[in-house]
Design a protein around this ligand. Structure first.
Ligand code: SF4
Length: 388
């Protein structure tokens, strides 16, 4: 596939969000199946940054002065780049103006005050992968940072917020096993380190990972439900809105970038493991994936090394439904109708909605309440059965 066709797949007259994949980590966590490699030499990190910045520059030129609507630098651990390289990327993203929300992920052990100036007028949000404040859990997960280094990073993140006013989000993992006090871990983060946003994920065993090989005794589905329900109730009592299956925000602090993703809006992914959802001007939806190793990426030319799959309208509808029913923005029924060709308004009557359990109709969308979030995947599959 010719590199130019990457850009030609997008409709630049529509709002565009940008995701950047940084494929470097200090070490590999025992549960992680994401593509990442150890922080390599300065030469590799420089070459990665140079290709990425050139690609962002080329995209910015196509946008004719309009900024990305949102941007998110994820990983991996973007902290492996260091403040100078990350600064070059941030500057390139802001060439046409600052996105309304601009996040970077960062692991606690990688945050230093040298990063703070990037949050003064450019980055608006820090998403920190904390995962636990229980030292036994950090060891169980094979995290790079022990409790001391995790707390040091958290304290710096609080200082960063005081310095820049940026939004703060922390990621936590739960459902580790009977030996672990799941709720106390969540209480430790909310009481010790105030944040605007929390992501709480249930641990899953990913095939091939060290944790999968150890095959620990994890909670079964019923126990998971109990643990998650207890955590969700606790966070709601603390003032967080539960707005997506795994995500909680104080009022006005939903992650706008991820909401656009769940609402199935156009976004571009750059970097070795990044994927894009592109809406071309003729209305077709494409999934474009870079499937390169980090070393192939740094050795390749601009926009080289991607696969593009044009989705059928059924495939696009399935994605729209599966994501829309997992968050409180809801499933836009007119778009489901557009993709499926089925008159959704007629198919979905109040009787059908009540059979889904935990959903309601609101302004042309099918919206989950808290119970609906717990059964979102099953409800999405029931709806798709009705449509197809
Ligand atoms: S830091 Fe994140 S991406 Fe890197 S190995 Fe751990 S979980 Fe995976």
């Amino acid at each position: 596939m010719m590199p130019e066709s990457f850009l030609d797949s997008f409709d630049f007259s529509k709002d565009l969000s940008l995701y950047i994949h940084v494929p470097f980590c200090i070490s590999k966590c025992d549960y992680c199946a994401f593509y990442s490699v150890p922080c390599l030499s300065d030469d590799v990190l420089d070459a990665y940054t140079a290709r990425l910045v050139s690609e962002i520059d080329a995209v910015s030129r196509r946008m004719e002065g309009r900024p990305f609507v949102t941007a998110f630098i994820g990983g991996g651990n973007p902290g492996c780049l260091g403040p100078v390289r990350l600064g070059r990327i941030v500057q390139a993203v802001c060439a046409n103006g600052r996105p309304s929300e601009f996040s970077t992920e960062m692991n606690p052990e990688s945050l230093y005050e040298d990063y703070f100036p990037l949050f003064d007028g450019a980055l608006t949000r820090l998403s920190m992968g904390v995962q636990s404040l229980d030292p036994a859990a950090l060891r169980f997960l094979g995290r790079n940072a022990d409790l001391d280094r995790t707390r040091r990073g958290l304290e710096l993140s609080q200082k960063l917020k005081a310095f820049s006013g940026c939004d703060l989000s922390y990621d936590m993992i739960t459902c580790l096993g009977d030996w672990h006090d799941e709720l106390s871990d969540i209480k430790a983060i909310t009481s010790g380190y105030p944040s605007d946003h929390l992501s709480v994920y249930a641990l899953t065993l990913e095939e091939g990972t060290p944790l999968w090989r150890r095959n620990p005794d994890l909670p079964d589905t019923d126990r998971q439900y109990e643990i998650l329900k207890e955590i969700w109730d606790y966070l709601e009592a603390k003032g967080f809105e539960h707005y997506e299956v795994s995500n909680f925000a104080m009022h006005g602090f939903r992650c706008e970038h991820n909401c656009r993703y769940w609402a199935y809006r156009q976004y571009m992914g750059l970097g070795p493991g990044a994927a894009s959802t592109a809406f071309s001007e003729d209305g077709r939806v494409s999934r474009i994936s870079f499937r390169q190793s980090a070393s192939a990426y740094v050795g390749g030319g601009l926009f080289e090394g991607f696969d593009r799959e044009v989705l059928s309208s059924k495939e696009a509808c399935e994605e729209l439904v599966l994501m829309g029913m997992r968050y409180k923005g809801g499933l836009d029924l007119s778009r489901a109708e557009e993709f499926s060709g089925v008159s959704v308004g007629r198919a979905i009557d109040p009787g059908f909605v009540s059979t889904l359990g935990g959903f309601h109709l609101e302004g042309g969308s099918l919206v989950p309440d808290d119970d609906g979030l717990m059964v979102a995947d099953a409800a999405a599959s029931t709806l798709l059965d009705l449509l197809y």
